[in-house]
Design a protein around this ligand. Structure first.
Ligand SMILES: Cc1cc2nc3c(=O)[nH]c(=O)nc-3n(C[C@H](O)[C@H](O)[C@H](O)COP(=O)(O)O)c2cc1C
Length: 360
């Protein structure tokens, strides 16, 4: 496994890198592997994992940490508010030998996470954030990082205090979603504050927010100077975007024009045989992952396994089919479909309609 320090060092030494951001409900091993295999990302995060449940050995929580052979280095992304529990969870995760690093969530705005003093609550309390990070750094050998936001709301920028707390605790990288907690996942990304963070930081800074195309990726780098970007929603059902962004970054970095940034609402058209191959490959990886997850449930029937596959893959499929001719009826059918063979038939029928529409 490639050492995470080497990856961060590479990013820091002026090679802009692109990583897959953590997304609960999406960045399982199948999405991570398709993002690496086809999209080319050298590093990806797990879904968010509850540190307390991890320490208690909750089986569903450990399922979220399942990995597939052949994945790129994976960072385990944990949330919690108690330094000793966070450190113990990190120790257990490190002991699996499957992860390249531990990342702390200090930005999730979900009330159930914030009420427990975790996620975005932490960014209002740099001392607690420091204590959590320091406890983990002193417990594991793996590199530790944190993903945070700018602050609770415009007018209350906390990110510089949190950077200082993180550096003091000895973390290896600092990821920032360039929005405030009050913004959720929408609205303006504040590149000026991200640039300030990068200018002050002594460790690699990973920028995040609205990287949805090669142009917005270039914008993040040219406006802020960050060492790497974390791509989130832009990568769901769209590993091509990761590949295109990485390709764009092999050219001299220039700010995108206004025209390049103007959203058209349309994704670039992809060659359909390749499109079909990638969807099927992602489905195959999803199946492989579920086989691993269900090892401890030998009594599950074929029908139950099939249904689990369709349920897990459906949100990704909806994103793959965005903008494809015939995707509306396909999505309607997928909503009630519970069988893998039928799922692939619906996809293939939809792609045949898209192919026919391209002939006119
Ligand atoms: C469905 C979904 C789940 C997410 N889960 C997490 C998470 O578990 N941990 C985290 O730090 N951020 C999470 N995020 C936030 C993303 O990592 C990212 O910060 C955010 O979407 C902004 O990037 P984008 O504008 O490029 O999508 C999630 C976002 C979405 C849309």
């Amino acid at each position: 496994m490639k050492d995470l320090h080497d990856i961060y060092r590479l990013a820091h030494e002026n090679t802009p890198l692109v990583f897959l951001a953590p997304m609960a409900g999406y960045t399982d091993a199948a999405m991570r592997q398709i993002s690496h295999e086809f999209g080319g990302v050298p590093l990806a995060y797990t879904e968010m994992v509850n540190a307390y449940a991890c320490v208690r050995d909750d089986p569903k929580t450990w399922c979220l940490l399942e990995t597939l052979p052949g994945e790129c280095p994976v960072v385990a992304h944990i949330f919690g508010s108690d330094p000793s529990i966070m450190a113990e969870a990190a120790r257990k995760i490190e002991a699996t030998g499957r992860f390249a690093g531990i990342d702390v969530n200090a930005g999730c705005p979900a009330p159930r996470v914030m009420h427990d003093g975790a996620g975005a609550t932490l960014l209002k309390d740099p001392q607690r954030l420091h204590d959590i990070l320091s406890a983990i750094v002193h417990t594991v050998r793996l590199p530790v990082s944190v993903k945070t936001r700018l602050g609770p709301a415009p007018g209350t920028v906390m990110v510089l205090e949190n950077l200082a707390a993180a550096e003091e605790a000895g973390v290896s990288a600092f990821a920032v979603h360039g929005r405030f907690t009050s913004q959720g996942h929408t609205g303006e990304v504040h590149y000026d504050i991200l640039a300030e963070v990068k200018a002050k930081a002594r460790i690699p800074v990973l920028g995040n927010g609205n990287v949805i195309s090669p142009a917005t990726g270039r914008l993040m780098f040219t406006e802020t100077g960050v060492d790497a970007v974390l791509v989130a929603r832009g990568a769901i059902g769209n590993p091509w975007m990761l590949r295109d962004l990485l390709e764009a970054l092999t050219q001299p970095l220039t700010p995108p024009s206004q025209e390049e940034l103007t959203p058209t609402g349309k994704r670039p058209q992809r060659e359909l045989n390749e499109f079909r191959r990638i969807i099927h490959r992602h489905g195959e990886l999803q199946e492989e992952l579920l086989r691993l997850r269900f090892q401890s449930s030998p009594d599950m029937t074929k029908e139950e396994r099939d249904e689990a596959l369709v349920t897990a893959f459906r949100p990704h499929l909806f994103c793959y089919l965005r903008g494809i001719y015939g995707s509306h009826p396909a999505k309607r059918k997928l909503m009630t479909c519970t069988n893998a063979r039928e799922m692939y038939e619906i996809i293939d029928e939809c792609l045949r309609m898209e192919a026919a529409s391209r002939q006119f």
